[in-house]
Design a protein around this ligand. Structure first.
Ligand code: F6R
Length: 609
């Protein structure tokens, strides 16, 4: 949510900033801007809309200078506009600031510290530039420290000062920030993809740290000014993994990457017929203590949690509740040392999920995190972390992170069950075998023939206004995710319903203009879902059935279209069932001409509450 970049070194800053912003545009894309210090002083350019608008606006004479900062915005305070775009300047034009997050007390700051000041924007950020000017007395770092005493909120900030053009100062409270270590040059970004074409050496900035970057060195200090010795990490991803690699959109690339991502999340975790994690080892005593599991997450990760509930209850016999993080933390959930809280987050930075994690820990609960981002806040603050190893997910709509979250949950559920003795060796072997077969089966779903069938279905949906997804049990958990995918990228209103619940009111909405997608893979509820399909058919709905290939004949008799999935262990099948729904959302949005990787009003990694 908002992308920030910074560069200081021997090269021209402008192309490096623009390239970095391009890599971060998935974090926010309603406006962007840059500020550079060079022979002409401190120059800024900003534009509402996508980064391409900024590039068009930049003068043909390029802005020269080897130190600069840049920003791509997802609006919180003030609508998207040129004036509200970052960087924001101090009144004398000598400080420029880019900001990710929220300054919660900006109104009080205006009143108490900046009375009489005129502001050029509606943002909370502008007060920071004004405070820096107010506190500056010949020492940039000191002005930053004074400013930090005053501002409250969750943020990452990057600042430059015309009087001290040999340094960038950056600091963070909660919002993510990573530094790239170069040779005679250094970089700042809110996420790794912006650094990869320059360096793989990086330093993760922690809460309350203040970073001073010159071309030659990086110094990181704590709140009291003590220098902190930081580890330099080598990023394992290559630059290409953050590129589209010939695909039209990151989302499509990430859907196609699923077989490979499945291999990675499984790799090294099934040994001699048992599940083992290199990240942690739990004992029988520890597990015996946990009488209840709360799974807490947002959006797609919450949908993964709904599948998780069925896994942990079935395999490990532990009662499990699933809640959206933004509700969980405010309702005083019953948490204590006998509770395990499982937080699930692709980015590891989602503000609501981080807050729920802290709430859980404050009440003595143990926290296990499932996340994709190494060193993220959620990974750092949890007691145990299980990584997805899915590689960078750039598209706003989550796909490979979702399916690998499911696999991580199956592995964790099986791990709990094998320790607690709640599963037979035979069933454990069957589940692990079914998991190991997933990459190959997922590959079958990405065949040209299957994609052709999906395209035909998507063409039929291009003019639709409302659509229903139905399913039962695990199928229901999966259609919730299918509906979210369709809504967020194609803007078609979709509702996912437990198939048996339609007749309790919602059936009133079914007409010949409301197509229904029925997921009918779970054998235990197959007959019942078929009856529900007949109910919607009787109200003239066009029905697409997504079911296993053994049901081909019956599906053809009672529906208008069918998508057939390869046979798989029914309990593990949800990981495959979601792939056609991801593809339907993708191709429907594509035919409707939507911007798939950057859907309206959204951003990846929601770091505000
Ligand atoms: C939808 C989507 C979002 C995220 C949600 C949580 O496709 O991606 O619903 O799942 O914002 O994000 P993470 O998993 O990063 O906590």
């Amino acid at each position: 949510m908002c992308g920030i970049v910074g560069y200081i070194g021997k090269n021209q800053a402008l192309p490096i900033l623009l390239e970095g912003l391009k890599k971060l545009e998935y974090r926010g894309y309603d406006s962007s801007g840059i500020a550079i210090i060079g022979p002409e002083g401190l120059t800024t350019e900003k534009s509402v809309g996508k980064l391409a608008n900024l590039e068009q606006k930049l003068p043909s004479r390029t802005i020269t200078g080897t130190i600069g900062i840049g920003h791509t915005r997802w609006a919180t305070h003030g609508r998207p506009s040129d004036a509200n775009a970052h960087p924001h300047l101090s009144p004398n034009g000598r400080f420029a600031v880019v900001h990710n997050g929220i300054v919660e007390n900006y109104l009080q700051i205006k009143e108490h510290y900046l009375a009489g000041h005129t502001f050029c924007s509606e943002t909370d950020t502008e007060v920071i530039a004004h405070l820096l000017e107010k506190f500056y007395d010949g020492d940039f770092e000191d002005a930053v420290r004074q400013m930090l005493q005053v501002v409250r909120g969750a943020f990452a900030l990057v600042m430059i000062c015309l009087e001290e053009p040999d340094k960038i100062i950056a600091c963070r409270k909660d919002s993510p920030m990573v530094l790239g270590v170069g040779d005679g040059e250094n970089f700042i970004a809110s996420d790794v993809p912006a650094l990869l074409s320059h360096t793989r050496q990086c330093i993760y900035v922690e809460k309350d740290e203040i970073c001073l970057l010159t071309a030659e060195k990086i110094i990181i200090k704590d709140q009291n000014g003590n220098i902190i010795d930081k580890t330099v990490h080598t990023i394992a991803w290559d630059a290409e993994s953050a590129e589209k690699d010939g695909y039209d959109d990151f989302m499509l690339k990430e859907i196609y990457e699923q077989p490979q991502a499945f291999r990675k999340v499984l790799s090294g975790r099934i040994e001699q017929g048992k599940v083992a994690f290199s990240e942690f080892e739990l004992t029988e005593n520890e597990l015996a203590k946990w009488r209840k599991i709360y799974i807490v997450a947002c959006g797609t990760a919450y949908h993964a949690g709904l599948v998780g509930k069925m896994i942990f209850e079935k395999l490990a016999h532990i009662p499990t509740e699933v809640e959206v993080a933004s509700e969980f933390r405010y309702r005083e959930p019953m948490l204590n040392e006998e509770t395990l809280v499982l937080v699930i987050s692709q980015s590891g930075e989602t503000a609501d999920t981080v807050a729920a994690l802290r709430e859980a820990k404050a009440h003595g609960a143990k926290v296990i995190a499932i996340t994709n981002v190494l060193g993220s806040a959620i990974a750092r603050e949890s007691d145990y972390t299980l990584y997805l190893w899915a590689g960078p997910e750039i598209s706003v709509a989550s796909t490979k992170a979702y399916t690998t979250m499911l696999i991580a949950e199956y592995l964790l559920g099986a791990y709990f069950a094998q320790i607690k003795g709640t599963i037979t060796n035979e069933r454990l072997a069957e589940i692990l075998h079914a998991l190991a077969q997933l990459p190959e089966k997922a590959q079958q779903l990405l065949s040209n023939d299957f994609i052709q069938q999906i395209n035909t279905i998507a063409e039929g949906y291009q003019k639709v206004h409302n659509l229903f997804f139905i399913g039962r049990g695990l199928d229901w958990a999966i259609v919730l995710e299918g509906a979210l995918k369709l809504k967020e990228i194609s803007y078609i209103h979709a509702e996912a319903y437990a198939a048996g619940e339609l007749k309790h009111g919602t059936l009133a909405l079914i007409t010949d203009e409301t197509p229904v997608i029925a997921l009918c893979v779970q054998e235990s509820t197959y007959e019942k879902t078929i009856s529900n399909i007949k109910e919607v058919k009787a109200r003239d709905a066009q029905v697409l059935i997504v079911t296993s290939e053994n049901h081909q004949q019956e599906a053809a008799q009672i529906s208008d279209a069918q998508l057939l999935l390869p046979l798989a262990d029914n309990f593990i099948a949800p990981i495959l069932s979601v792939i056609p729904l991801q593809l339907i959302a993708y191709y429907t949005a594509k035919i409707r001409g939507c911007n798939i990787d950057q859907p309206r009003n959204l951003a990846k990694s929601v770091t505000v509450e």
